[in-house]
Each structure stands twice: as structure tokens, then as C-alpha cells.
Design a protein around this ligand. Structure first.
Ligand code: LRH
Ligand code: MN
Length: 431
């Protein structure tokens, strides 16, 4: 496997931190042993964890107001892949990359696949885009795509999704994520049932084009860009559509796509119970779809989501494999640093959830001992598993401290040299 960063520099970095890591690891191991927990089991589990990177997240993001690009921005999908390779090399938990079309469209998918494989990367779910009009597009999506009143516009949107499947097949992907911003800004603008009927009719066209071993992820979102009614606004609508379409249709939960204070972990439990939990877009938010770094605002919620995933895995075993992906916008940080940190925060929630004593929890629940039930979760959540995450990285060839190693190596300065900024690169929005 070829690496973007000289692995000798990573070893140099680790050599300075190894002794402290082993001391912290031994101390944590001792403490967990007294709790009847074998630290090696948790570390081995941590080494199996993987969360995919959003190709659109390695460039600086923005809002409708402005985007302030950083230096060394990736200018095409090949450079985005290089940055993803750096993140995986240092964290060892991000082998998958989720592409977005047409932003990542390439005339040479074979070369792209070879580059990915040369860095030990693979392509996770691909994303279609019928929320923007492309240069030479025949029909505008201003009034919707899969739900458009105009049959030719719907057909165009279905054709785009089928093209995404073809591109994904060439890259080895096995799933298509369909998020549409379709909706209304005024009461009365849409016949609400009619819009969903048109959505389902179009989605059946996409579903019919899925290869036998592919999945289609329906991503719900409460609002934005529509601000009165969004056609696929919540998990209930997404679930009903996935049920209606068939076994290859599943629901994707983007943590930022819910009203404030929504009990997202309960949505996860429900979708898992009915076999329709396809995957996640992890991020964090305070108000709307803020796309902030995972675990940066409400890490306890992230833990509670993974607690439900651990419960489902305990029930369904290895067959339970939702797709884990990040979907974030990095407006004020180095995207590579934010993605490394976020991947580790998601892995942290996974390990903490595996630390929950499920049999004790069940006993407390069956005894209606609300306090001890809550404490059983808090006990795991309050455990600092940092040494397990660092040891998992170290043993998998990653960096003990990815951000410190990345800064010491000066990769960003290198890309700033190699990738002169594109004129007029500012502007707004993502990518
Ligand atoms: C919509 C969304 C969707 C992507 C886009 C980049 O808000 O979460 O997953 O297509 O962000
Ligand atoms: Mn998303």
C-alpha cells in the first residue's frame, strides 16, 4: 500500500508518545479489570471500527452567506482522495470514501479506483444530487426533482440517479444515498399527498435499476432548502417509502436533520427493530442542519445512538451492519483535522457503548430501577477510553495523536504549495 505521508515520520511521532500511551493503557486496563472488563477485547473491537469520509468534506465548507476557503484546497476528486488517504493513514478508522455526483464525476473511474486501492481505500455509498441545476441541464429542479410536477424533470432526476449507480458500480460501491430537498415554502403550494406519490413513482424507477447486491438509502430531512413542507421530512415518511419500495431500500439517519431535542436514538432503535436502518451521516448541531464536527456539541447523544446500535448488534449479530459515514461542513477549521477528530469521536462512542454492562442494565430495567439503569449507561459514557482508541490506532499503524502528527508533518503547507488557489474560489455553499 502506498502512503501519502512518509510512514517513518509517523513512527517518529509515535516513538515519542509510546511510553505514555502504554502507561495510560495499563492503568485503564487495571481499572477495567476491576470492573470485570478485558481491555484487549475493547481494543480489538475498536480496531474493527470504520466510518466513511464525505468527499465533499475535505474542502472548506461554507454557508449561504459565504465560504472562506483555506489554503491547499483539493481541486478535484483525485486530490480529495489524497486527503482522505492522509486521514485514514493517521487515524486508521476511515478506509471508506463516500462520493457525491456530479461534484466527483471523473472521466477515468478506473484510475480513481486504482488510486483508492493503492491507499487502502474503498468507495462507500455514492450520493446523487438533484438539489442543484447543472450547467447544461434541460429541466430545472427549482420546483422539485423526483417530485416535480413536470414528468420530464422527474425522468431527468431518475436518469441522474441511475447514472450515479453506474458510476458507483465502476468504483466498487454497493449503495446509493438519495437525499432530495424537494418541498414547498407555502401552505397550498403542494398537494402534500400528490408530491409523495410522485416521489414514490420516481423512486421506483431508481429502485428498479439497483443491482441485486446494492442498497438504496433514503435520507430524510426536516427542512432546508424547503421551509414549509419537505417531502421526505422525517423517519416515518422515509420508513414508509422504504417499506413500499422493497428490501433493498433502507433509511439513512443524518443526525442534523431533525427538530431540536428529537430523540434520535429512539429513531435508531425503531428503524433497527423493523430492519430498515441502512446507515448514518454523523455530524453534530445546536440549532439546524449545522453539519458541525461529530461529538462537538452533544457527545452524549452520539453515545446514546451507539448504545442502541450495540443493543441491536447484540440481538442480530454480525449481520447487523449499518453504513457509517460522516457528513460535515468545515467552515473554520482545517477539514482534515476536523475529519480526523470526528472519526475518532464516533469511534469513541462505539467503544463506550461496548463498555455498557448489558446484562446488569437489563436487570435494572426489569427491576424498574430507573436510577441504576441510567447509571449503567453513564458509567460507560464517563469512562475515558482515549488510551484504547490511541492503542488501536498505534497497533493498526496509525498515529497515536493524529492531529499533532499531521501538524508536525506540515501536510497542509505542502498542499498549499502544490495546489495554488483557484481564482474566485470563495463564494458560498459547500464544495
Ligand atoms: C443534505 C445532506 C445530504 C448531502 C448533502 C451534502 O443536507 O445532508 O446528505 O447530499 O448534505
Ligand atoms: Mn447528509
Amino acid at each position: 500500500m502506498s502512503t501519502i505521508i512518509d510512514s517513518g515520520r509517523v513512527a517518529e511521532h509515535n516513538a515519542k508518545l509510546q511510553a505514555n500511551l502504554e502507561a495510560d493503557y495499563a492503568a485503564l486496563g487495571g481499572m477495567l479489570q476491576r470492573r470485570g472488563v478485558d481491555i484487549e477485547t475493547l481494543t480489538a473491537q475498536a480496531q474493527t471500527f470504520a466510518v466513511a469520509l464525505p468527499s465533499w468534506g475535505v474542502g472548506t465548507g461554507g454557508t449561504r452567506f459565504a465560504r472562506f476557503p483555506g489554503c491547499g484546497e483539493p481541486r478535484n476528486v483525485f486530490e480529495k482522495l489524497d486527503d482522505c488517504a492522509v486521514i485514514h493513514q493517521l487515524t486508521s478508522v476511515t478506509p471508506g470514501v463516500s462520493l457525491h455526483f456530479p461534484w466527483d464525476k471523473t472521466s477515468d473511474p478506473v484510475a480513481l479506483r486504482q488510486q483508492a486501492e493503492s491507499h487502502g481505500l474503498y468507495f462507500d455509498a455514492v450520493n446523487s444530487n438533484t438539489f442543484q441545476d447543472q450547467q447544461d441541464q434541460a429541466h430545472s429542479y427549482k420546483y422539485g426533482s423526483l417530485t416535480s410536477q413536470n414528468a420530464a424533470t422527474r425522468a431527468q432526476a431518475v436518469a441522474h440517479n441511475i447514472e450515479c449507480i453506474e458510476l458507483g458500480r465502476a468504483l466498487g460501491s454497493k449503495a446509493l444515498t438519495v437525499w432530495v430537498g424537494d418541498g414547498a415554502n407555502f401552505p397550498g403550494q403542494h398537494n402534500l399527498r400528490g408530491a409523495l406519490e410522485r416521489y414514490l413513482d420516481s423512486a421506483r424507477g431508481i429502485y428498479a435499476a439497483l443491482p441485486p447486491d446494492w442498497l438504496m438509502f433514503i435520507e430524510h430531512k426536516l427542512f432546508e432548502p424547503a421551509f414549509y413542507a419537505t417531502t421526505i421530512a422525517d423517519w416515518g415518511t422515509s420508513f414508509a417509502c422504504a417499506q413500499n419500495l422493497g428490501d433493498k431500500a433502507k433509511c439513512l439517519v443524518d443526525l442534523g436533520h431533525h427538530a431540536p431535542n428529537t430523540n434520535i436514538e429512539m429513531i435508531v432503535a425503531r428503524l433497527a427493530q423493523f430492519g430498515k436502518l441502512g446507515g448514518f451521516h454523523f455530524n453534530d448541531s445546536k440549532y439546524g442542519d449545522d453539519d458541525l464536527d461529530s461529538g462537538s456539541i452533544n457527545p452524549f447523544q452520539l453515545f446514546l445512538v451507539f448504545n442502541e446500535l450495540a443493543d441491536a448488534a447484540a440481538r442480530e449479530g454480525a449481520a447487523f451492519k449499518p453504513a457509517y459515514m460522516l457528513d460535515q461542513s468545515h467552515n473554520v477549521t482545517d477539514p482534515i483535522e476536523s475529519l480526523m477528530n470526528s472519526a475518532v469521536e464516533v469511534q469513541r462512542a462505539f467503544v463506550q457503548a461496548n463498555l455498557v454492562d448489558r446484562s446488569a442494565l437489563r436487570q435494572h430495567q426489569e427491576a424498574n430501577d430507573a436510577l441504576e439503569s441510567a447509571q449503567a449507561l453513564k458509567h460507560a459514557y464517563r469512562t475515558d477510553v482515549g488510551a484504547i482508541l490511541a492503542m488501536a490506532r498505534f497497533r493498526s499503524g496509525g498515529a497515536i495523536d493524529p492531529v499533532a502528527c499531521y501538524r508536525a508533518i506540515g501536510y497542509r503547507a505542502r498542499t498549499a504549495e502544490a495546489r495554488p488557489a483557484k481564482a474566485g474560489a470563495s463564494g458560498s455553499g459547500i464544495v
